[in-house]
Design a binder for this molecule. Structure first.
Ligand SMILES: Nc1ncnc2c1ncn2[C@@H]1O[C@H](COP(=O)(O)OP(=O)(O)OP(=O)(O)O)[C@@H](O)[C@H]1O
Ligand SMILES: [Mg+2]
Length: 219
């Protein structure tokens, strides 16, 4: 489903490429966990997998990343977003609608899904994440953990085929972590590809594939 073919990246002012070339294949129905210390490039790799790099964040690319045999870098971001969606490390960079319900509706409205489908998805996700009480709350009034759950609901509402999650566990309660771990296993069984970047090794037990970027960092 996603194939990295000798892929590596370098930010414009950097001296060298971040990693030795990466060669990996990730398939539908898999959970992938990307490990690595601070600065090993977990976020950079997720941004590459959804096309933000090099479309919005520029740099030097070597090799290629393919999604269903098409180069991700040559597709417009709005087309990629309905298939491959990313939960950012910082929810404040993700959430931009004033009310929770509007935030979750934003993605599916953008791809013109029918109103009933959108409402059904919002109902299901709010119930599933135990955040029904937040539905009409202002997003600016939410705690960090609540923002993360709302942002996650916001990307899942588009029903993407590939779900990228950057550092979910940091700053989250165990209850929320367990809830998401359970849900992710359902998504896996529904044929989604889920890729976590985790500094902590909390989702490791779920992983079909583990990629430790510390092993690829260029010295
Ligand atoms: N926009 C940018 N411009 C230049 N350099 C960057 C940029 N973003 C990240 N870097 C550098 O690239 C390297 C990888 O950063 P990245 O954020 O991908 O790592 P990470 O593994 O996600 O780290 P963390 O665990 O802190 O989230 C670091 O050395 C970082 O300083
Ligand atoms: Mg990061």
């Amino acid at each position: 489903m996603i194939r990295l073919n000798n892929y590596t990246f370098s930010y414009p002012e950097a001296q060298s490429f971040l990693w030795k070339p990466l060669n990996y294949c990730f398939e539908a129905g898999q959970i992938v966990v990307i490990n690595g210390g601070n600065g090993s490039g977990k976020t950079t790799l997720l941004n590459s997998l959804c096309g933000i790099i090099p479309t919005a964040i520029k740099g030097k690319v070597k090799g290629e990343i393919f999604y269903l045999d098409k180069k991700i870098s040559s597709q417009p971001l709005n087309r990629t977003a309905s298939e491959i969606n990313i939960l950012f490390q910082d929810p404040d960079k993700q959430i931009f609608m004033p009310v929770v319900e509007e935030e979750i509706a934003f993605g599916p409205e953008n791809i013109h899904l029918p109103r009933e489908t959108i409402i059904k998805r919002i109902d299901q996700l709010l119930a599933r994440f135990n955040i029904e009480h937040l539905r009409y709350k202002k997003t600016s009034d939410l705690s960090f953990g609540q923002k993360k759950m709302v942002a996650l609901a916001g990307i899942l509402s588009m029903s993407p085929k590939v779900i990228l999650i950057d550092e979910f566990c940091a700053g989250m309660h165990e209850k929320a972590i367990n809830l998401v771990a359970d849900y992710v296993q359902e998504l896996k069984h529904a044929g989604k590809l889920i890729i976590f970047a985790e500094h902590h090794h909390s989702f490791q037990a779920l992983a079909d594939i583990q990629l430790d970027l510390d092993n690829f960092v260029q010295s």
